[in-house]
Design a protein around this ligand. Structure first.
Ligand code: SF4
Length: 271
């Protein structure tokens, strides 16, 4: 049969594939994604800010990087607090004064017998100095610590009606109490976020994580309070102290065990 234009048009042919619906446009990559990618892309071993920049790692106080650091700390240390043993703000204040240049373990050993013997601020304020010195001797610097403890207790009894002040300004008037101790008492005993505790561990780990380049504790605290959300100030310090004691130790950090390793570019990293 002769093929005409009409019957050839009617002949059933292969069906055209149905048109695919238009794809949704890809989500715009965020800076948080960049941190995640950098963390996942085998940038382990990157050391130093310049190398980190080359490897695509976000550096310094980038908000996405800070959030990534906080998330990793929450993962590793969800509910940490002070290792010092205390019953109230006054005992925490005394324990913190004793913890200068001493381990929390040693302080706890001492305070387990010290606090029952001196149960109130009055008992410390009007103690026999020689007896108090002997009782706290294992914590080191016991003469200076005795002076601070007695003078602080006396001021609390005589000027603050026996109660530890609940604000930074008054706490700083107590002999032997500087910002670190005041932040410990306000944050840990009262839950008041007046600042960030900056001790030797917080100093070292914040520097390794490039959250600060300062060496003065007051300036480090200013950097940290600027970078961190206020609701994280108290927990963050505890997390860094625990991390500094267990993993990011001073001499040879245990970077292989560190969950922050892929977003850390400290020069003294050990991997
Ligand atoms: S342990 Fe190592 S990887 Fe972890 S924060 Fe410290 S220096 Fe960085």
């Amino acid at each position: 049969m002769k093929r005409t234009r009409a019957n050839s048009a009617k002949k059933p042919g292969p069906r055209k594939p149905a048109r695919k619906p238009a794809r949704k446009p890809a989500r715009q990559a965020t800076r948080g994604d960049a941190v995640q990618q950098a963390a996942a892309s085998g940038t382990a071993g990157v050391k130093g800010r310049a190398a980190a920049r080359k490897a695509g790692l976000l550096i310094s106080g980038d908000p996405a990087r800070v959030r990534a650091i906080l998330a990793k700390l929450d993962e590793a240390y969800p509910n940490v607090t002070s290792a010092l043993e205390y019953r109230d703000a006054f005992q925490l204040l005394i324990a913190t004064i004793l913890s200068a240049q001493c381990t929390d373990v040693r302080v706890n050993e001492v305070t387990r017998t010290l606090f029952p013997k001196y149960p109130t601020p009055e008992a410390f304020a009007y103690a026999n100095p020689a007896e108090l010195e002997a009782a706290i001797r294992p914590t080191g610097f016991f003469r200076n610590k005795t002076k601070s403890i007695m003078a602080t207790s006396k001021k609390i009894v005589e000027e603050f009606s026996g109660a530890v002040p609940r604000n930074m300004e008054d706490l700083l008037t107590l002999p032997g109490v500087a910002r670190k101790t005041a932040n410990v008492v306000l944050g840990t005993a009262f839950g008041i976020a007046a600042g960030v505790v900056v001790d030797t561990h917080v100093m070292r780990v914040s520097a390794r994580l490039d959250l600060t380049q300062e060496t003065d504790p007051r300036k480090i605290e200013q950097d940290l309070t600027r970078l961190l959300p206020k609701e994280k100030w108290i927990l963050f310090a505890h997390q860094l102290i625990w991390h500094g004691r267990r993993v990011c130790i001073a001499r040879k950090p245990r970077c292989m065990e560190c969950n922050l390793e892929r977003i850390c570019y400290a020069k003294d990293k050990t991997v």
